[in-house]
Design a binder for this molecule. Structure first.
Ligand code: AMP
Length: 213
């Protein structure tokens, strides 16, 4: 099964993708994670995208489609979860073509709905474990008092450079201008389902499980 988690920054796509990986042996394909990796390892591509990402703008379709193309050739396990991709209509068309080339189908597109105020509150409070990527929130899921990640025991936590208010405003603008049209695109294809992304993590997880069956 191949699915897209669609929603603005901070909607909880990454958190839900991690649940699906654990429970359904799926593979999370987060273009944001791939780009951050490229940036941190100082590759040519990483240098090109660093400023664009810091400003909260979208990197070119060509770059992200290239990243996804490579991953689709690898092991497919229980299927792919596209997290943060596609973000433009051109990317959506390209994903359809790439999946067809691999003899794969897109089985569901799950829109995670959240309101803007909640997003700002979530994003400016979030941090992740440097070891395993477990997501924490200063208010709703603080880092354990012993300073150890509840998932892997790691003691190093990081905040994303683009999780600040200025960059977030730009990221939201990009979402509404370029990514939200995908809701209509997938609705028209009969592939869209929507869940309330504002509920408790476990409630959102249950709603997604219902959609996937
Ligand atoms: P994310 O981790 O999904 O919030 O992505 C972080 C940043 O990476 C975004 O603000 C963009 O600059 C870039 N990015 C990630 N995925 C894409 C994509 N599919 N298309 C264009 N830019 C992307």
């Amino acid at each position: 099964m191949n699915i897209i988690l669609l929603g603005p920054p901070g909607a909880g796509k990454g958190t839900q993708a991690r649940f699906l990986c654990d429970e359904r042996d799926m593979i999370q394909l987060s273009t944001g994670d791939m780009l951050r990796e490229a940036k941190d390892s100082g590759t040519e591509m990483g240098k090109i995208v660093a400023d664009v990402m810091a400003r909260g703008e979208l990197v070119t379709d060509e770059i992200v489609i290239g990243l996804i193309r490579e991953k689709l050739k690898g092991d497919k396990q229980g299927g792919f979860i596209f997290d943060g991709f596609p973000r433009t209509l051109a990317q959506a068309d390209a994903l359809g073509d790439l999946l067809a080339e691999e003899g794969e189908t897109l089985d569901a597109v799950i829109e995670m709905r959240v309101d803007d105020e909640a997003l700002v509150a979530r994003i400016t409070a979030r941090s992740t474990c440097a070891g395993c990527g477990e997501v924490y929130n200063d208010h709703t899921k603080p880092i354990p008092a012993d300073g150890k990640c509840s998932n892997c025991g790691g003691t190093e936590f990081k905040r994303r450079a683009d999780d600040n208010e200025d960059s977030l405003k730009q990221r939201l603008m990009e979402y509404y201008k370029k990514t939200s049209p995908l809701i209509g695109y997938y609705y028209a294809k009969g592939q869209l389902s929507s869940v309330d992304g504002l509920g408790e993590m476990s409630a959102v997880k249950a709603d997604i499980a219902k959609v996937l069956g």
